[in-house]
Design a protein around this ligand. Sequence first.
Ligand SMILES: NC(=O)c1ccc[n+]([C@@H]2O[C@H](COP(=O)([O-])OP(=O)(O)OC[C@H]3O[C@@H](n4cnc5c(N)ncnc54)[C@H](O)[C@@H]3O)[C@@H](O)[C@H]2O)c1
Ligand SMILES: [Zn+2]
Length: 370
Amino acid sequence: MKILVTGGAGFIGSHLVDSLVRKKYKVIILDNLTPQVHPDGIPDYLNLKATFIKGDVRNRNKLREVVKEVDAIFHFAAAVGVGQSQYEIAHYVKTNIQGTANLLDILVNEKHKVKKLIVASSMSIYGEGMYKCKKCGKVKPELRDYKSEEIDNWEPSCPICKGDLKPIPTDEETPLKSNSIYAITKKEQEEMSLLIGKTYGIPVVSLRFFNVYGPGQSLSNPYTGVCAIFLSRIKNNNPPVIYEDGLQTRDFIWVGDVVKACILSLENENANYEIFNVGTGKPITIKKIAEILIKLFKKDIKPQITYKFRKGDVRHCYADISKIRKKLNFEPEVSLEEGLKKLINWSKKAKAIDKFSHAEKELKRKGLVR
Ligand SMILES: NC(=O)c1ccc[n+]([C@@H]2O[C@H](COP(=O)([O-])OP(=O)(O)OC[C@H]3O[C@@H](n4cnc5c(N)ncnc54)[C@H](O)[C@@H]3O)[C@@H](O)[C@H]2O)c1
Ligand SMILES: [Zn+2]
């Protein structure tokens, strides 16, 4: 069986390619080697047993050539960066929505033997996660918006009674409220793929990845990946910069566990036409992540907590993974402590150019940090 991985030179894609090759699948990678992600060209971790084709998903002809050859597709190629998508709007839409449209167009109108399409969606499409109000029960608050620079309460309040809220796991039925152009493109990609899949009887699976971390994540790309951005700062003896008060939480999942979910989605028919959260279900504060990384790196620095609000950021969102557990028997295996240790070991040898200040200045110039 031959499998196409678009974006297969990227962080998650390359781990998936390794796993597919190990499982004796034939693999084709289509990736345009976006300079922001691959400043040095073809990454040295690229699996030599896979066929690499340099190509852009925005180029329909190129895409058609590879789609014709394969039996299944993982569509991971994307412009990835929440903040950046708020000012590089056309680029994000062209890559993520038009790129996916090209792929679906080929699947509908050209001769091929593709029996499954798996798309990489994102937790960002939820916006805020789910919360519980003592009075009103389960609620989903609006995205936060602060009028002044003096912010004393970072927590969202109940949309009904304005009372206090407690975050609870976010399941796949949660109404979507995209907080960025990136999130909108991911939501559109998911909806378009599932719709066309159902209409033409091509099984589609949409995987909503939470915060993925692990080796191979670009340490010189300041636009995406909290762990990688912090690591790059720490490695260069700079404090990791934290927005708000640092007590916002996320759900970090080890890249190997994400790959497991991908393989299950490919091989198990129970996945067909379904949407799954891919996370651990265990929230952790951003401040804690920074502290653990500093400690593991044995550096004498403290995170820099800015008490600034980055527009669109959600306060809490962590996965309810009961659906993927039940339908695909998925269980994340690598604990955060274990995963971060492995990440640090890898990062010691990895190149890390700290471009955070540049990216931060850009956000400020565009008025996206309060
Ligand atoms: N990393 C995360 O935490 C996370 C979370 C949610 C969703 N996702 C999604 O998972 C997928 C993979 O993300 P990643 O973290 O590996 O990102 P990444 O940037 O490391 O990988 C994306 C790859 O796509 C390639 N690419 C970009 N534009 C392209 C184009 N026009 N044509 C062909 N290739 C192109 C890039 O060169 C890169 O190799 C993406 O679709 C992303 O939206 C990632
Ligand atoms: Zn209430």
